[in-house]
Design a protein around this ligand. Structure first.
Ligand SMILES: Cc1cc2nc3c(=O)[nH]c(=O)nc-3n(C[C@H](O)[C@H](O)[C@H](O)COP(=O)(O)OP(=O)(O)OC[C@H]3O[C@@H](n4cnc5c(N)ncnc54)[C@H](O)[C@@H]3O)c2cc1C
Length: 376
């Protein structure tokens, strides 16, 4: 592809930013269009574990791995799996040598963004529609009235991708799991007992098609995904409750659970988000288009239960530029990228779905514990 080809990246999450940086380092012309003002990462979840064999690969390629290692929490790999009685089915205190350290989503995005020429990122640009011209180029229009022609359009616009609708009619489906995301703040000063129980990483309490999935974040808070197997509409009833009403409802839903686990709910702040978990079909593909493709959640939305989503988004950016390094013409670059991306992401999507089924089944804590330590 000619270096003066114009590339639009729609969406400035981890995937879009990583792609932008790798393109910049190769001297390509690109613009990242992001609908938000660039400051709010809260709505996309908290701490993410970045895997050595996928998510860290593009960070190394971009020369950011030393900076990443300084920001990453290697102690954040502490993992504990318990059932509703508090019985521990697996426990592993990180030795700081693991290859899946944790980083907050905001810190990860800021790290990548800090190396991108700021004039290449346009905030408050919400992709609205595009028209593909006879020569394959795309006229892209944004909600603020701006439009521009590009040779390539790469959709990194996440779960509810609009770019995806130009490649396929396939839509995301509800997984049957909804989450209420609660937070416990100032954990080291105000809730040292809870911190001692939770430790520095993940605490997963699972039973009866429900879960309390807690994770220490870098801002001295613990984020807990209070998770349920429920119909898509059931979450609405929770959204209507006042803060006290919601807290009472959660305590009643987990009534018989161990007191140490209920402490997470007792100490919840008013920072709450409601999430329905969606996914694309495992193995989702589309007919290759010479100018338009997808990376990250837009291409392969999966549930978060294997911790793969952000790793795949970052790795897609790497696969795309590797294809760019290797091939010269437009259809070949995209075809080769998509082939490699389908292969790896379909495995992750399969693992995510298997973990979902396991984590919301009878004896879930025992089964997950056995999976983590098959020899015990
Ligand atoms: C509750 C929860 C917990 C998770 N935990 C983990 C985990 O532990 N590990 C893990 O690997 N993954 C996890 N994930 C998944 C992970 O957050 C995603 O896979 C990852 O963020 C995908 O990156 P992305 O860049 O493809 O998309 P996103 O992060 O969704 O970024 C998309 C960007 O596009 C922008 N955008 C959207 N529409 C438009 C538009 N029309 N125009 C312009 N911009 C637009 C958005 O504002 C956003 O900035 C979790 C997800 C959830 C919901």
């Amino acid at each position: 592809m000619a270096k003066n080809s114009k590339i639009a990246i729609i969406g400035g999450g981890p995937g879009g930013l990583m792609l932008g940086l790798l393109l910049q380092q190769r001297g390509y012309q690109f613009t990242i269009f992001e609908k938000s003002d660039g400051h709010n990462h809260e709505s996309q979840g908290g701490s993410l574990d970045i895997h050595g064999d996928t998510g860290q690969v593009p960070l190394k390629e971009a020369g950011l791995i030393d900076e990443f290692n300084k920001l990453a929490r290697f102690e954040g790999e502490d993992t504990k799996i318990v059932d509703s009685t508090g019985k521990v089915h697996y426990e592993d205190d990180a030795d700081g040598q693991g290859d899946r350290p944790e980083i907050d989503r905001g810190a990860l995005c800021d790290l990548i963004r800090s190396h991108i020429d700021p004039t290449s990122i346009k905030y408050d640009y919400q992709f609205d529609r595009m028209e593909q011209l006879k020569n394959g180029d795309c006229e892209v229009s944004f909600s603020n009235g701006y439009s521009e022609k590009f040779n390539y359009v790469i959709g990194s616009d996440g779960a509810f991708s609009k770019v995806r609708t130009y490649l396929s009619d396939t839509d995301i489906v509800y997984t049957g799991i909804s989450m209420i995301e609660i937070n416990i703040e100032n954990i080291s000063e105000e809730h040292p007992e809870l911190l001692k129980y939770n430790k520095n990483g993940k605490m997963m309490a699972l039973a009866q098609d429900k879960g309390l999935l807690a994770q220490l974040n870098g801002d001295d808070s613990i984020k807990v995904y209070v998770s349920y197997r429920m119909t898509e509409s059931e979450l609405d009833a929770y959204k209507l409750l006042s803060h006290n009403g919601l807290q009472a409802r959660l305590l009643s839903d987990f009534e018989q659970w161990d007191e140490q686990l209920l402490n997470y709910i007792h100490n919840m702040s008013d920072r709450v988000l409601f999430r329905r978990i969606y996914r694309l079909p495992i193995g989702f593909k589309w007919s290759t288009n010479q100018s338009i493709t997808l990376i990250g959640d837009a291409a392969h939305l999966m549930s978060p239960f294997a911790g793969e989503g952000v790793n795949m988004a970052l790795y897609d950016a790497y696969l795309f530029v590797k294809s760019l390094d290797q091939y010269e013409n437009q259809p070949e670059i995209i075809e080769n990228y998509e082939r490699a991306m389908y292969e790896i992401s379909s495995n992750s999507a399969y693992d995510s779905q298997s973990n979902l089924e396991l984590m919301f089944s009878e004896q879930a804590a025992k089964k997950l514990g056995d999976m983590f330590s098959p020899l015990q």
